[in-house]
Design a binder for this molecule. Structure first.
Ligand code: GRF
Length: 216
């Protein structure tokens, strides 16, 4: 399976996915890293690893989201991409792209969905005072941070946490969870059935990584 990672920034999740793809026997190949931000640091990291990169800045398409995404979809076709992994891609996808690529776009979000959709999840988690936080990988739907959940990882919230320490803990879990979820999708083990993810040959606990460990 040929995978494209979409990034807008540092690309640490993209790197985690690329590392997994470079592992012998992994069922996906990182074929493209695409960014809407020309100087996204992750682009250089991908290029150093010999991964094809493309940039499609959204500026020139101001007001015409679908035109921006048609340009992106053409690039995906050119690179024969099968699956898109959103990895810190800071654009909401239009219904057009979500439909054209239905069940072929996945996203990682730094919360235990459906709680804490949107931005600044770590600060909001601390504000509310929940004891557990985490991250989720899900198929993308039109509504932001919604869609069938593939896998989740939970991390505890410590009494002395601030948003930064929580971010570090969750990010470490993301770097383990996203490759795991990609493996489930790329191998065909995880499929959308009736807006839930059905797992073939994987008991449910295997979609949960908890607590995060140094090595998967
Ligand atoms: C991650 O926290 C991810 O969950 C969110 O954006 C951040 C991207 O970080 N969607 P990175 O670019 O992968 O380092």
């Amino acid at each position: 399976m040929r995978v494209a990672a979409f990034i807008s920034g540092r690309g640490s999740n993209m790197v985690a996915l690329a590392d997994a793809c470079a592992t012998p026997g992994f069922p996906a190949q990182m074929a493209l890293v695409l960014s809407n931000v020309v100087d996204a640091p992750g682009l250089g990291i991908a290029a150093e690893r010999g991964i094809a990169t493309e940039t499609v800045p959204h500026g020139p398409y101001k007001g015409d989201r679908a035109a921006h995404e048609r340009a992106i979809a053409d690039i995906l076709d050119q690179h024969h991409i099968d699956l898109v992994c959103l990895a810190g891609y800071m654009r909401i996808l239009s219904p057009w792209l979500v439909e054209a690529w239905r069940d072929r776009i996945i996203n990682i979000h730094p919360s235990l969905l459906p709680a804490f959709k949107g931005l600044n999840t770590h600060a909001r988690v601390l504000e509310v005072g929940v004891r557990w936080h985490g991250c989720s990988v899900h198929f993308v739907r039109e509504a932001m941070d919604e869609g069938p959940i593939i896998a989740q990882a939970a991390v505890p919230v410590a009494a002395d946490d601030d948003a930064e320490s929580l971010n570090r803990r969750v990010l470490a879990a993301e770097h383990r969870l996203y490759p795991h979820a990609l493996g489930l999708v790329a191998s065909g083990a995880a499929r959308v059935q009736g807006e839930r993810v059905a797992l073939r040959g994987h008991p449910l606990p295997e979609t949960t990584i908890n607590p995060p460990e140094a090595d998967a």
